[in-house]
Ligand binder design. Sequence first.
Ligand code: PRT
Ligand code: ZN
Length: 299
Amino acid sequence: MDKEQRLKVAVQKSGRLTDHSLDLLVRCGLKYSRGKDQLLCYGENMPLDVLLVRDDDIPDLVHEDVCDLGIVGRNVLEEKRLALADRGRRADLEELRVLDFGSCRLAIAVPEQTAYDGADSLQGKRIATTYPFILGQFLRERGIEADIVTLSGAVEIAPRLGRADFICDLVATGSTLAANRLREVETVLNSQAVIVRTPQPLPQEKQSWLERMLLRIDGVQQVKESKYIMLHAPRTALNEIKRLLPGSESPTVIPLDGFGDKVAIHAVCRENVFWETLERLKAAGASAVLVLPVEKMLA
Ligand code: PRT
Ligand code: ZN
């Protein structure tokens, strides 16, 4: 197929989003071979190639239409959007999907002993961050004038070095903050990996592949939590059992040969099925309970 007709997707080369992003594409059916330079994954069974780059470059590559799609943290995307807007450029980077990985938050943290009494406590302070535009907007919206100290990394040690009073950095588990004796006080942005698309219209063929991929991505995200559950139950317990099945629509009820008072129930549960649910099902009269993972789903 003509090179111009192949979708090009920018993915982080080596970092927290890499495995999740490639795994998502593989689960959508992509088989790829990696080029000699390790920068391009060539899609063997669909017209889709993956370009491996630093995550910070992804918004630009998509915005400048070098890539059609990108998988990147919303934090990186939002910072780039605001940076473009600051230079008077239109930053039309459309988020097509929010993905179920890479979740973290951009948060303001203060040294453990420092008193903090709401956003006004930020007034006149120095805040170290690698996200000056997002932080700048947050402060502006609250009418706070503070000094943004832009660093390229190791933000968490800035207060100890005397370079800043507070920090604004990404937090996932909070253990980095704790290790640096910092306390989280404000959430500036909640972030997850997202799929972003080029502002340019795509040729018909590419557009239809994009739509197909999005449907597959929806399917993949849905099945991750979904389970197929099968069990036997007395007919009298049917309503109670249906009520206990998490996130299932209409279960299939099948008569059991030779057991007039018992049925088999099969259902797709759109939420994870925990041990507690199984125990409740058993208490309600269920037996022979089987929970299976769902491999693929197309709504
Ligand atoms: O080399 P490249 O530029 O591509 O990678 P990078 O080092 O800039 O990014 P990387 O791989 O660290 O993160 C990629 C994306 O993952 C980020 O842009 C976020 O969208 C997302 N993400 C999710 C995180 C975290 N969780 C995270 N915990 N990014 C960074 N962190 C860092 C954070 O900066 C802090 O230093 O982890 C530390 C805090 O983690 P906890 O768990 O101790 O709170
Ligand atoms: Zn980066």
